[in-house]
Design a protein around this ligand. Structure first.
Ligand code: NAD
Ligand code: ZN
Length: 250
């Protein structure tokens, strides 16, 4: 079913849900001014100093030139500095407080869900404001932008650190995906919001939810690779659709 707004039927599904899981992608941050990879926006930022993002954010480059990777991340961090969460992020932070169980699974690294007040979050691809030691693997906040020391040094052992972000050619952090799968399998209602659903394994989570009996609702201005599987696609912007579920009804 394809809709363009939250209907009474959809509202009833939402109100009756007990265990909710949500997967978000770059699209939920689009209205905050964060460029997406696909589906509109300014794609020119995905090439920097003549190199494509797939080369800049790669396991190969972190091994050979972590300083250059940090320079690229500093450039991306600089673009995020003044951005704020939008109505979609804030709505999800409120949703969390309404359900018996609520898990927010995000592919985003921009930290805007946390800024908006979300608590129970699984960041599948890490966080752009965190660093991880290349030797002892401990993680720490690294919010300075631009960095004074590049690469930043580990607070525990003094070794060079890297961005705590999943790069092209790397596995997801241990345990996180398993927790996301578990939450997806337990959910009775699953939302997939602002993701083109082509990056695996994240894109398999709505499938897990569906196979475990959840109703799956997609929110995206465009149909995606996952639209064929979902129960409902709501065509629209996250910032406009998500608050509709919790607006006061007279
Ligand atoms: P994507 O760029 O592949 O797809 C974005 C999707 O969002 C598209 O389907 C598009 O139609 C939709 N969209 C655009 N505007 C929207 C809006 N206002 N409301 C709802 N949906 C909207 O993003 P992806 O699926 O997350 O995959 C990209 C990968 O790149 C991820 O692995 C992610 O880690 C990374 N990434 C992260 C960020 C971020 O942290 N904000 C930004 C870009 C890319
Ligand atoms: Zn260390």
């Amino acid at each position: 079913m394809v809709l363009t707004e939250v209907t009474n039927e959809l509202q009833t599904m939402f109100d009756n849900a007990r265990r909710v899981a949500v997967l978000t992608g770059a699209g939920i941050s689009a209205e905050s001014g964060v460029p997406t990879f696909r589906g509109g926006g300014d794609s020119s930022i995905w090439t920097w100093r003549g190199r494509p993002v797939t080369e800049l954010s790669s396991a190969e480059l972190i091994a050979s030139n972590p300083t250059l990777v940090w320079e690229w991340f500093d450039y991306r961090r600089g673009m995020l500095l003044d951005l704020q969460p939008n109505a979609g992020h804030y709505a999800l932070a409120q949703w969390e407080r309404r359900f018996e169980e609520f898990t927010l699974i995000t592919q985003n690294i921009d930290d805007l869900h946390r800024t908006a007040g979300s608590l129970n979050m699984l960041e599948l691809h890490g966080n752009i404001w965190r660093a991880r030691c290349l030797r002892c693997r401990s993680t720490f906040e690294a919010r300075e932008c631009p960095l004074e020391q590049n690469p930043p040094l580990c607070l525990a052992c003094g070794n060079a650190a890297r961005p705590d972000v999943v790069l092209f050619g790397e596995m997801l952090p241990e345990g996180i995906f398993e927790r996301a799968e578990e939450a997806s399998a337990r959910a009775d209602l699953f939302f997939v919001i602002g993701t083109s659903a082509v990056v695996y394994p994240a894109a398999s989570l709505p499938i897990v939810a569906k196979q475990s009996g959840a109703k799956v609702i997609e929110i995206n201005p465009e149909e995606t690779d996952i639209s064929f599987l979902v129960d409902v696609t709501v065509l629209g912007k996250a910032g406009e659709i998500l608050p509709q579920f919790i607006k006061e009804r007279g």
